[in-house]
Every structure is written in structure tokens, then in C-alpha cells.
Write a protein that binds this ligand. Structure first.
Ligand SMILES: *Cc1c(COP(=O)(O)O)cnc(C)c1O
Length: 392
């Protein structure tokens, strides 16, 4: 679809774009320009002249269509962990009389850790209730202040029905907060139709804005001037440059800004978003399903020792496929050594992402051939493949 717009190293089949997207070819020049022409020539005047100050809002508006959000409802900044914290705190504030944050055991650890940390500092008794993903609906009741879920399970790829669960949450009066880390750029998302109060996500996975790229936060437009920002930094102030003694939040989603934005990383994000201008998320979804189905069928045919742990029904799956295997770690290392990059998640999960912007059927077939060879020749048993790196 857009393969020629990415730099992909020779001889590499990249099935890890769900974790860190590859570099858009235009990114280097865009960052270079921000360094030399803007930072270099314009110095501090670039905050006005090059539009640095409004980048979080402007890039939020460019990202909004990818997640079905209205203009003016998304702002960029910080990391996803921080955005989870902000959205959760604001959600709890909207339901001061309630006592439960409902989430599921498929959520990404940082989302749960941020909730734990938040609970410790707020002056309220809140329980973090972690239930099985398939039982979230059952646990939605009038005690729930915020239902905080990640739409696509990072381990298995299991996909929550966002419209249905949001509706259920609203029926019991709970606030809905969705983490779209593995959804944005992976499948069609319609925030406007699903109508959750908050959504957050990152831009370095399927959106390809680079390591450490800033996150995004969506606030439903009717709450833009009501959601209480827990991290009341000066960039979220109504008039940051009045330098007032006390904090008054911006009346828009920009109240979710905290401090100075990462300008150079935003330049990379801008280049990454250019690629999405004429991409249909429905086409992305169709091809993602085609590639995933092909991968599952080929792996099951040729590597019977692996157990599919992703939902078999493509309608219940995001854009990644995971297989369990006791020796998953060394198998993934052997694969990487042979030019196929996937990743490993504890305890035994081999994870592969399918990113239609730059992955084709041929890549999938070649990757499975290499995988089959590694298994047949048992090359994964070589000692060097069991040595654990810090980042898996
Ligand atoms: C990738 C991911 C994160 C990462 O958070 P950072 O603050 O960007 O490191 C958080 N939550 C989910 C669900 C993720 O998939």
C-alpha cells in the first residue's frame, strides 16, 4: 500500500510494527529541517514562526480522523502512561460518589500500574477491579466509576467490542476510557459513534512516529471544559503566557497538555501522519485480516508444535497474531537472527504484527518458510538464542 514510503532494511521481514513502526522515509528530512531551519535559524522565535506552540493541537487534528474523532477533540503530548493517568483521574472526578475502576487482566501492565499509583494519591477509597476480558460486561454495575480497557490485548490480540461495552458502561452510569495503543492505525475506530468519554493511545506503534513519540488523548467534546486535569501544567493553562499565579484550565481538550512538547519528535510524527492522508482504514483492516489469516493457516500447517492463542475469528482479533510455545523466546531470537523480526512476551508468547502499509503476502509466506526451517533444523536450540536481553 505505502511500502515505498518507509525505509525497511534489506533482508528484513518486519512483523513488529505493532510495537515500533519503521521509519517513514520523509522523517529524517523533516526532523533535520526542524533542527536546522527552525531550531537553528529561528531559535526561540520558532515557537511562533514555525508553529511549535500549536503542534499538539494541530497534529491532534490530523490524527483525529484515524480514530473517528471530531476536530478539536484530540491533543498530542507526553507518553501514553501519562495520558492514561490523566484520563483516568478526570474520569474518576466525573463520578465522585463511585468506588471502582473496572479493567481486565488483558490490559497492558503500565495502565494498571498508573491506576495503582493514582489510587494512592487521591483522597478517596477506590478499588481497582481486574476481571477476565470476557467478563467485563458482567461486572459493570452502579459501583463502577470508570471502565478502563485496552481495546486490543497486547498479548493475544483479542479485540473488545468498543461500541457494545461503552454502551453497557453508559447504561450503568460509568465513564468509559479506551486505550487505543494497538488500535490506532490498525483498524477502523469510530470514537464519535461509540461516544466514550476518553480515549488515549500512542503514535510509535501502528502510526510510525518513532521511538519515544508522544501519545494522544481524546476528550469527548461535551466534556472538553469539564474534565478536571490532574496534571495541571502550564501548557494546559487557559493563558500560559499570562503567567498567572493560579491555574485555570484551557476550555478545550488542550487542558490535557502538561508541559513543553517534544518538538523534534513532533516533526517525525508530522511526517508519519502525511502517509495516512489518503489511506482507508477499511482497506487496512481488510488486508490486515488477509495477512493474518494467511499467517495462521501457514504456521498451523507447517509448525504444528505452536498453539494459536489469538482468537481464530478475525472479527475478534486486532492486527496481531500470537502463538504459544514453551521455547518461544529462543525461537524468536533465532528468527530475528534469520531476518524475521517478531517479539516475545512472557511467559511463552511469540507475537507477530501485521501492518498492511508495508507488509505483503510474500513477506508472510517467506517469514513462515524461515520459521519452519528453524523448527525443522532445531537451530533455535543454539545456546546464544537463550541469552535474555533486557528488552524482549
Ligand atoms: C504500548 C502500550 C503502552 C506504552 O506506554 P508508554 O507510556 O508509551 O511507554 C501503554 N499501554 C498500552 C495498552 C500499550 O499497548
Amino acid at each position: 500500500m505505502k511500502r515505498d514510503q518507509f525505509y525497511l532494511p534489506n533482508g528484513i521481514i518486519y512483523l513488529d510494527g505493532n510495537s515500533l513502526g519503521p521509519v517513514p522515509k520523509a522523517a529524517a528530512a523533516r526532523v533535520q529541517q526542524a533542527v536546522t531551519d527552525e531550531w537553528g535559524e529561528q531559535l526561540i522565535t520558532a515557537w511562533n514562526k514555525a508553529g511549535w506552540f500549536h503542534q499538539p493541537r494541530d497534529l491532534g487534528n490530523r490524527l483525529a480522523p484515524i480514530i473517528g474523532a471530531q476536530n478539536g477533540s484530540v491533543v498530542i503530548g507526553d507518553t501514553l502512561s501519562i495520558k492514561v493517568y490523566q484520563a483516568l483521574a478526570a474520569g474518576l472526578n466525573l463520578r465522585p460518589e463511585r468506588t471502582v475502576i473496572l479493567t481486565d487482566s488483558g490490559n497492558f501492565p503500565t495502565d494498571l500500574y498508573m491506576a495503582e499509583g493514582l489510587i494512592k494519591v487521591i483522597d478517596r477509597d477506590i478499588e481497582l477491579k481486574v476481571v477476565l476480558p470476557e467478563e467485563v460486561g458482567k461486572h459493570l454495575d452502579e459501583t463502577v466509576a470508570v471502565m478502563m480497557l485496552t481495546q486490543v490485548d497486547y498479548r493475544t490480540g483479542r479485540l473488545h467490542d468498543m461500541a457494545e461495552l461503552t454502551k453497557k458502561a453508559h447504561e450503568v452510569g460509568a465513564v468509559a476510557l479506551w486505550d487505543l495503543a494497538h488500535s490506532a492505525g490498525a483498524l477502523p475506530v469510530d470514537l464519535e459513534a461509540c461516544h466514550p468519554e476518553f480515549a488515549v493511545g500512542c503514535t510509535y506503534k501502528y502510526l510510525n512516529a518513532g521511538p519515544g513519540a508522544p501519545a494522544f488523548i481524546y476528550t469527548r467534546p461535551d466534556l472538553a471544559d469539564k474534565a478536571e486535569p490532574a496534571l495541571s501544567g502550564w501548557m494546559g493553562h487557559n493563558k500560559p503566557f499570562s503567567f498567572e499565579r493560579t491555574y485555570t484550565p484551557s476550555p478545550s481538550v488542550e487542558r490535557m497538555r502538561v508541559g513543553t512538547p517534544p518538538v523534534l519528535q513532533m516533526a517525525a510524527l508530522s511526517a508519519a501522519l502525511d502517509i495516512w492522508e489518503d489511506v482507508s482504514l477499511h482497506d487496512i483492516r481488510a488486508k490486515s485480516i488477509e495477512l493474518s489469516e494467511l499467517f495462521i493457516a501457514e504456521v498451523e500447517k507447517r509448525c504444528p508444535e505452536f498453539l494459536l492463542i489469538s482468537p481464530r475469528d478475525s472479527a475478534l482479533r486486532g492486527s496481531q497474531v500470537s502463538f504459544a510455545f514453551e521455547h518461544g523466546y529462543p525461537v524468536i531470537q533465532a528468527l530475528i537472527a534469520d531476518g524475521v523480526i517478531g517479539d516475545f512476551r512472557e511467559p511463552n508468547v511469540m507475537r507477530f504484527g501485521f501492518t498492511p502499509l508495508y507488509i505483503e503476502r510474500e513477506d508472510v509466506l517467506n517469514a513462515v518458510c524461515i520459521l519452519e526451517k528453524i523448527m525443522r533444523e532445531k537451530s533455535w536450540q543454539q545456546e546464544q538464542f537463550s541469552k535474555r536481553s533486557e528488552v524482549t
